[in-house]
Design a protein around this ligand. Structure first.
Ligand SMILES: Nc1ncnc2c1ncn2[C@@H]1O[C@H](COP(=O)(O)OP(=O)(O)OP(=O)(O)O)[C@@H](O)[C@H]1O
Ligand SMILES: [Mg+2]
Length: 301
């Protein structure tokens, strides 16, 4: 079998040599085209993991291999949407995006760069705000510039740190739908941090559950057994939905703490996270088979 597109092995991060690590021995893999969400309490180390995947921070131990190469610094192969926007305050919306596009395709002329930027500005519904600087934008608008910039460089992998947190429900829904269709069209590989279990169920193929820190780890890999084509409007009618949702909420409310204290040994299989399919009533059914047997949900735009 060929190696996974992204391989994360034995990742540990401590801030000082004497301190307990924020997380340790974190290992997981992403296949090309897979959409993976990570969920865990505030401060457990999700952003730190994402920064290491982006090449913006270094692990104290362990390695990250993407597409056969070790990640050892930032690259335009990875598009990042940061929790805190990270826009250049002296540049307009258009120029913030154009800067990244120019770096990605240095041979493109002005017209081509302009048209490409406009496509992504329109996509995130910022049409008409092209010449504004970040100081003149709301939090949600800044977040959308970050999303447009990350999408516009068409990276091999998107790394999204709570990208929809600051958006109103309507815009969030619209951009979630766009993200889903871009991912379906381009087989984009995505690693996304979210605090929203419903968002994770809507978007993810797999959901990584992280225990509380310090010494946090990935306790479980939850396989989303709902059919891949999903809609916000009727996903909750699917028979797997509440089993999956209850499993995730139960983890956040109870088990993340018990696991950190070592009082829940059910979910561990040595150092490797256990793979679970809580949507399935019959654990003997593989997810592919389940998807085929269950009624497909309509996609409502
Ligand atoms: N540069 C740093 N130096 C020292 N400690 C840090 C640094 N960056 C983060 N930390 C600490 O590491 C821990 C993990 O931080 P991180 O930002 O990765 O958490 P998170 O899971 O993304 O949290 P949230 O859900 O609130 O965004 C926290 O305790 C934080 O205080
Ligand atoms: Mg964070």
């Amino acid at each position: 079998m060929s190696a996974a597109f992204l391989q994360v092995r034995g990742l540990t991060r401590r801030w000082t040599p004497a301190a307990k690590p924020v997380f340790e021995n974190v290992s997981f893999a992403l296949e090309r085209g897979e959409f993976v969400c990570i969920i865990g309490h505030s401060g457990c180390g999700k952003t730190t993991i994402l920064n290491i995947l982006a090449g913006l921070d270094e692990a104290s131990a362990g390695e990250v291999i993407m597409d056969g190469r070790e990640v050892s610094g930032p690259s335009l192969d990875r598009g990042v949407v940061f929790q805190g926007h990270a826009l250049m305050p002296w540049l307009t919306v258009r120029r913030n995006i154009a800067f990244a596009v120019k770096s990605r395709w240095p041979d493109w002329n002005r017209e081509k760069i302009g048209a490409h930027c406009q496509k992504y500005i329109d996509l995130v519904r910022l049409t008409g705000n092209e010449e504004k600087k970040p100081s003149a934008l709301s939090g949600g608008m800044k977040q959308r510039v970050g999303i447009a910039r990350a999408f516009a460089i068409q990276p091999k992998m998107l790394l999204l740190d709570e990208p929809f947190g600051a958006l109103d429900a309507l815009t969030r829904g619209a951009i979630q739908d766009e993200l889903t269709s871009i991912c379906a069209e381009t087989r984009q590989t995505v690693f996304m941090i979210t605090h929203d279990v419903d968002e994770a169920i809507l978007l993810a193929d797999k959901i990584l559950l992280m225990t509380n820190g310090p010494q946090a780890r990935i306790a479980e890999i939850v396989v989303n057994t709902l059919p891949r084509v999903r809609s916000r409007h009727d996903i909750h009618h699917h028979p797997h939905y509440y089993r999956l949702r209850n499993h995730l909420v139960d983890f956040l409310v109870h088990r993340s703490k018990l696991l950190q204290e070592g009082r829940d040994d059910e979910s561990t299989d040595g150092q490797q996270p256990r793979v679970v399919m809580p949507g399935l009533a019959d654990p003997g059914i593989a997810p592919g088979e389940a998807g085929e047997r269950l009624p497909a949900l309509k996609q409502v735009k």
